[in-house]
Design a protein around this ligand. Structure first.
Ligand code: NAP
Length: 355
């Protein structure tokens, strides 16, 4: 049982990120002091967080930190009982997977958690892991012991050559549990979200892969059809709440699969059609698997035949009962998530009307 004193500051690494910004919002609304560790604390990068702080009872302070610089989170962590480690690159197309994904994810986790070991005030660390640390391909859901993914499962199929982002998240979470097990000062809780969608708080500065997918829903990329690529979906606002509860619920423990529903890219697009389909090139049909097998690898080097075979037209399944039962999380519907995301992209002029 870990009691966190809400009068003490709370550290959020990668605070300017898509997921982290919603967590910072929640913390500020609850009146907490947030130590925001960011790579670049320049005004334009943090303006949306400053705006949130002005409207909330909480306080925000910025610290310049980099995952690859040893000790660079020490100052930000001073006096914190609770650390949220969210910073990690979420991109799938990279030039060098070792340099661009694995090093920042794994070294960064080591850096932050080893600093927590040296910081006497820390009582709990919440790491943003991913369902990617549990599985690589949707087909694995059906091969799982209960016919679906659970917190007991670890990803054993990703590698530096196949889905390196999933590999980076698996190695990073393993590192986190290894460091947690080497000490008894603080406990570790991981949030393992599926694909996160939902309105961004800062739509102009978006690095997350979530935006690339969201953008493709309305920019015409899929206008001839979207793949029925099996995935899990969760709203960014619910992911932020999950982090909050994982941080402050005294008996939160272990890993938490954080997903609202099982879906695929085609079904995600269909919920947008009634509201937006007459103005934007939202996909109205599903691309047949045989066609994706031919054109996919030509369009995107991550769309290998193996990936297509193991994910397209394959239902994704995971058990989200632990987070609902232990952290009391309820999830928004896919319609609400997708409509709110799309509306936010329109308001930020990301999409151009097509008709
Ligand atoms: P994001 O907006 O790109 O956030 C990633 C954050 O990591 C950014 O704040 C980025 O800082 C920071 N970062 C990257 N490299 C860094 C480095 N070398 N040093 C310091 N900071 C660095 O993506 P996101 O979707 O919010 O992802 C946040 C976390 O959620 C990640 O751990 C990701 O794996 C996890 N996750 C995301 C999803 C999803 O669907 N979005 C699903 C499951 C798990 P800058 O702002 O300076 O670039």
């Amino acid at each position: 049982m870990t009691q966190i004193d809400k009068t003490k500051p709370v550290l959020v690494t990668g605070a300017t990120g898509y997921v982290a910004s919603w967590l910072v919002k929640r913390l500020l609304e609850e009146g907490l002091t947030v130590h925001a560790a960011v790579r670049n604390p320049q005004k334009d990068k943090v303006a949306h967080l400053d705006e949130l702080a002005q409207k909330s009872p909480g306080i925000i302070r910025y610290f310049k930190s980099d995952l690859l610089e040893e000790g660079s989170y020490a100052e930000a962590m001073k006096g914190c009982e609770l650390v949220f480690h969210t910073a990690s690159p979420f991109i799938t197309v990279v030039a060098d997977p070792q340099r661009d994904l694995i090093e920042p994810a794994v070294k960064g986790t080591g850096n932050v958690l080893l600093t927590a070991k040296k910081t006497p005030s820390v009582k709990r660390v919440v790491v943003t892991s991913s369902c990617a640390a549990i599985y690589t391909d949707a087909i694995e859901c059906h091969e799982a012991p209960k016919g679906m993914l659970t917190e007991d499962i670890w990803n054993t199929t990703a590698s530096i050559d196949y889905q390196p982002y999933s590999h980076s998240k698996t190695l990073a979470e393993m590192k986190a549990w290894e460091i947690a097990g080497s000490q008894s000062q603080w406990d570790l809780v991981t949030i393992n979200p599926a694909l996160v969608m939902g309105p961004p708080l800062n739509p102009q500065a978006t690095t997350s892969e979530s935006f690339r997918i969201l953008k493709q829903m309305g920019d015409g990329t899929f206008k001839r059809g979207a793949p029925k690529l099996g995935i899990g979906l969760v709203d960014v606002r619910d992911v932020a709440d999950a982090h909050f509860e994982a941080g402050f619920k005294p008996d939160a423990n272990g890993r938490y699969i954080t997903v609202a529903q099982s879906t695929n890219f085609y079904d995600m697009a269909q919920v947008l059609i009634p509201k937006f389909g007459d103005k934007y090139p939202i996909p109205k049909s599903a691309v047949p698997k045989w066609l994706i097998l031919i054109i996919g690898p030509l369009l995107n080097k991550t769309l290998t035949r193996k990936f297509i075979r193991n994910n397209v037209n394959i239902e994704w399944k995971a058990d989200n009962s632990k987070i609902k039962r232990e952290l009391g999380i309820t999830f928004r519907s896919m319609k609400e998530t997708m409509e709110d995301s799309f509306q936010a992209m329109i308001e930020s002029n990301i999409f151009k009307e097509s008709k």
